[in-house]
Design a binder for this molecule. Structure first.
Ligand code: ADP
Ligand code: MG
Length: 785
């Protein structure tokens, strides 16, 4: 049955739905009664298709297709159903080549009579084919697609769809959509149908995926469990989940596709907001942190340690944090501040307030390099004080007696502040009385992944602070599970609240308001929106690769005059000879600079494949200005603080995220200089989007503006430059485009949690199940429900 817009859903639509939102969380209905199963597909001799079935159980899918699907992360039928179209295209009635509309979109079929690859540079090859039918011939051109020579050969029959232009008197299509067709098959009789365009690969084009979806969808749609009650959907004029999946894959028209999209987008956003709302509820009702006493005398005492006066922005944020810390509800605050805005000292203020209250503080960093830098700079500021500081990183553990002694001191409360990496989260690290935890450069951990810190006070109760998404990081996932076990055990004994430290999460990745609502909804936000005095803005230039000779001569000149430079590349070493894309890389570039441009200077290379000790030694030489030019991958992205470095060159700049470029650029201009700091982005902007992005970064030093631009241009999916940000991916919803749905989801989630925080009500059972499936037990549902 089709969904009709404007018509309320009658119960017959709803009946038979047990099914789940797949994408965030298909709950696979297991262990159904046999007759129920039989009812789904009475005529099939094989086992009926289930959402959990492997794709090779789908009619027409053999091992080869299954392998190709796996490359799209589609392994089960549920994965397939969640693989929703990117967009739709009208299928146009097929005509002869001669009948193709000039300057219009058309579809034709023919036989490939010639192919050729043109252009050098593997990334920039054109693939050209000539297609012929009984009327005339058509030239087909694919840009940056040298790889197609492996897929399209003379003698093949193709159907192509694309915009037709005249070129040298012949019709030509650029980047047409294509599919091989059966030699004998009759042309489809096409009725202007809306066809889904799926994310696809070279050897599994969208049209094949469409066929596979068609073979499976009808058999499994009714197995999807809708997390939302039928009545709830009806009130919002949204179709039930299974109906939405049917319509998103096979809409009759744009309106149906829109209705389906809206429901699925809402579903994702609601689950996300539920996760956030439940977490917040849990934090406020079930967790208790030590309230920290604060006074002007303590404040003065702490500030005496800082070698400078705080900026007004830093002052304001310190005030916000101090106020949080004075309460028994754990602080959950996100501190945003552009690179170099001075977040560390604000964090130190919070840590020292813990120490002033005779409790412990910890600061966790994503890299050892950064931990070491924090350790050294904090050590410098605390020189001559009684505060006991320790550095704890993975590479320093090694089971040595020194390490064991440190663990004992931390557990006995004989260390006040611990600086460390994720090594802080290992099981052996137990704090005597941890009051404040700072997590620095959060985006490197995964957005919502917070830590499970352990405390050792008689009751050994554990406060889990793992937020939605925590299960994405393997290491932390293990810890979280461990912590949860403890929580539950504890919970059976007593319904008392759990102890938790206060959390301050810091990031230099500016997060637009729209996005912080989405993903950081359970955090309060503070912003340092002002740089310390004396900084001069960095000049950013975008140049083409042809200019690189000039660029490196300029680098050499600046460095010969006493300054230092970073040169950043996207790869460590050259790719295989026949790889489709060849990038400039660290190792070759180091050699080039050393031998050609920077003779007389010291050039070194640093990247993630070096051993930590080696990397640290290289960084130390750069810091000491024994090395003038540092050729690097993005390992230098966060935390590296060498004020004398004033020049940065980034090769293949189009390959980096905007936020990442901004972050990289923040490595220069960190001191007070006579000379202007300069960042050169070398790039051949291949697409309009790439050009817009580079213009945005060159035109602004304001991280927030850049972040908004990034979000607008690329959407949220890749906002953090990586896909490993620990969030349930939004496949359908788009921020900021779906802000209205986001607001609605926020309101609905808040209302649901207020009404039934444990989701214990019968009508919330499916939702509870889906949330538990998605977030694991990190939400506190167990405790509250
Ligand atoms: P980020 O926010 O990127 O972590 P840092 O905390 O590393 O920034 O600070 C950047 C630099 O600015 C450091 O060298 C720090 O000592 C310095 N700094 C921080 N606050 C001030 C201030 N109020 N006045 C002068 N220098 C400051
Ligand atoms: Mg920092």
């Amino acid at each position: 049955m089709r969904f009709h817009v404007g018509k309320a859903y009658d119960d017959s639509d709803v009946n038979g739905y047990q099914g789940a939102d797949g994408r965030l969380s298909i709950i696979v209905a297991m262990g159904k009664s046999p007759d129920e199963t039989a009812a789904t597909s009475p005529s099939l001799p094989m086992a009926p298709l289930r959402l959990a079935s492997r794709v090779c159980d789908i009619d027409g899918v053999g091992p080869a297709k299954a392998r190709r699907l796996a490359r799209l992360d589609i392994r089960t039928v549920a994965d397939l159903i969640r693989h929703v179209p990117l967009r739709y295209e009208r299928q146009f009635a097929e005509g002869t080549i001669n009948d193709l509309p000039m300057e219009g979109v058309g579809t034709a079929r023919g036989i490939v009579v010639a192919t050729r690859t043109m252009g050098v540079g593997r990334g920039s090859q054109r693939f050209i084919a000539t297609l012929q039918d009984h009327t005339t011939s058509l030239s087909l051109v694919w840009f940056n697609a040298g790889y197609l020579r492996k897929s399209i050969h003379p003698g093949m029959k193709l159907r192509v769809t694309g915009k037709v232009k005249a070129f040298n008197g012949y019709p030509q299509m650029s980047n047409p959509r294509w599919e091989p067709i059966d030699q004998e098959a009759e042309p489809d009789r096409v009725d202007d149908r809306l066809r889904p365009i799926y994310p696809a690969t070279e050897d599994l084009p969208s049209a094949r995926i469409e066929e596979i979806v068609a073979a499976a969808l009808g058999l499994v749609a009714d197995q999807l469990v809708d997390p939302l009650p039928a009545e709830f959907c009806r009130q919002r004029n949204m179709p039930p989940l299974a109906q939405a999946y049917r319509l998103i894959h096979q809409p009759a028209d744009e309106e149906e596709a829109g209705v389906a999209r809206r429901r699925l987008a809402y579903n994702e956003l609601l689950l996300l907001q539920m996760g956030i709302a439940l977490k917040r509820h849990y934090n406020q009702t079930m967790l208790q942190a030590p309230p920290l006493r604060f006074s002007p005398a303590i404040d003065r005492h702490i500030r005496q340690r800082f070698p400078f006066t705080l900026t007004p922005a830093q002052d304001r944020v310190v005030g916000e944090i101090v106020s949080d810390l004075s309460h028994a509800t754990p602080m959950n605050r996100l501190l945003q501040g552009d690179v170099g805005s001075g977040k560390t000292v604000v964090a130190l203020h919070a840590l020292l307030l813990a120490v002033a209250n005779r409790k412990q503080g910890a600061i966790m960093t994503p890299t050892e390099l950064l931990a070491e830098q924090h350790f050294l700079s904090i050590q410098r500021m605390l020189e001559g004080s009684n505060v006991r500081l320790a550095l704890l990183t993975g590479s320093r553990r090694g089971g040595t007696s020194q390490h064991a002694a440190m663990m004992r001191q931390i557990a006995a409360g004989k260390i006040d502040i611990v600086v460390g990496t994720q090594a802080l989260l290992t099981e052996t690290v137990r704090f005597a009385d941890l009051a404040v935890v700072v997590i620095d450069e959060q985006h490197r951990f995964g957005v919502l992944q917070r830590a499970a810190f352990r405390q050792d006070k008689r009751d050994a109760s554990v406060a889990t602070k793992a937020a939605p998404g925590a299960t994405s990081g393997k290491k932390t996932a293990g810890n979280t599970a461990h912590a949860n076990t403890a929580t539950n055990a504890n919970n059976i004994a007593a319904t008392a609240t759990h102890r938790s430290p206060h959390y301050l999460v810091m990031t230099a990745t500016p997060i637009p308001r729209t996005l912080s609502l989405t993903v950081f909804g359970d955090l309060d936000v503070s912003v340092i929106d002002q740089l310390p005095p004396g900084r001069s803005p960095i000049v950013t230039r975008v140049v083409g690769p042809a200019k690189s000779d000039d660029v490196y001569q300029y680098v050499a000149k600046r460095c010969a005059g006493g300054e230092q430079a970073y040169v950043v590349l996207p790869a460590i070493e050259g790719a295989e000879e026949d790889a489709p894309i060849q990038l400039k890389n660290v190792l070759d570039h180091e050699k080039l600079l050393r031998e050609k441009y920077c003779r007389g200077l010291t050039v070194e290379a640093v990247h993630g494949r070096l051993k930590t000790a080696e990397r640290e030694a290289i960084m130390e030489r750069f810091r000491a200005n024994e090395t003038q030019v540092l050729v690097a991958t993005t390992v230098i992205e966060v935390g590296v603080d060498v004020p004398n470095a004033t020049v940065m060159v980034i090769e293949h700049a189009e390959r980096f995220g905007l936020a990442q470029l901004h972050q990289l650029r923040g490595r220069i201009g960190r001191g007070v200089h006579k000379q202007q700091s300069v960042c050169v982005l070398i790039s051949e902007p291949v697409t309009e989007e790439a050009r817009k992005r580079l213009d945005a970064i060159a035109g602004s030093m304001d991280g927030f503006r850049i972040a908004e631009a990034d979000l607008e241009i690329r959407g949220m999916g890749d906002f953090f430059g990586t896909r490993q940000h620990g969030l349930p991916p939004l496949r359908v919803a788009e921020i900021p485009k779906d802000m209205d749905l986001l607001r609605m989801a926020r309101r609905d989630a808040a209302a649901l949690v207020a009404e039934d925080p444990g989701l214990a009500g019968e009508s919330h059972r499916a939702l509870r199940q889906v949330l538990l499936q998605q977030y694991g037990q990190t939400l506190g549902l167990i405790d509250v429900g």
